[in-house]
Write a protein that binds this ligand. Sequence first.
Ligand code: GLP
Length: 249
Amino acid sequence: MHINIFSSESALAEAAAERIIAQVRENAEAVIGLATGASPVAVYHAWGKGAATLGLDQSRVRGFALDEYLGLDPEDSRSYHAVIRRDAVAGAGLNAELVLIPQGSGDPEAPAAYERAIREAGGVDVQVLGIGRNGHLGFNEPGSPAQSRTRVVQLAASTMADNARYFDRAEDVPTAAITQGLGTIFEARELIVIAVGEAKADAVAAAIEGETTEDLPASLLQSHPNVHWFIDQAAAAKLSESVALVAAV
Ligand code: GLP
């Protein structure tokens, strides 16, 4: 694992964006895995800005989102369809037609169709990930099998509590989602994990320095051959001194 700790979020975003841009420069049809959440937003903007500065043609870049709530209309501003269009597609300057997002309609065929689409695209070159306070990846909550594939899942209580800020009423917060599985995510050839803010400090320390366990899905990242962590100082606060010293950028 490559661990990078930054003192400013803009430096973090630029460094993470550089890795994505390097892939696109190498392959105009690169396949990028896209995460929702607040953490990667600055990265998407830095990516878009960097690509524009280089005059990079991104019209053939392909994207796959990690997850979607079950039961929200794709036009609903709180759906991940809307979030990915706004933050990732518009932020990074992607071709919306080439960005796929799992269907949260409850169609029983949707998980297998999504897996097939990723496979037919040749797999994901670089996957952007955030991390939940409980160590989840996508919507793979604690206890998710390491080999899991795209499927419908129930959300953990702590995840629903974290997501409640996006909904006016508690009863509107979705309780289920469709998510790429951990096995699906770990097939990406490179993983970029973004963690910002003190709320993530416990999960980051456990994921990087704790035992690898399905009880904390992000700890399973330790066994992936090509993981790059981009962490701000607040999220890095609970790492041991020896790790933090080496990782400071
Ligand atoms: C949601 C998403 C995750 C994301 C997490 C953290 O649960 N399904 O993919 O990593 O939120 O979001 P944030 O970056 O806003 O803390």
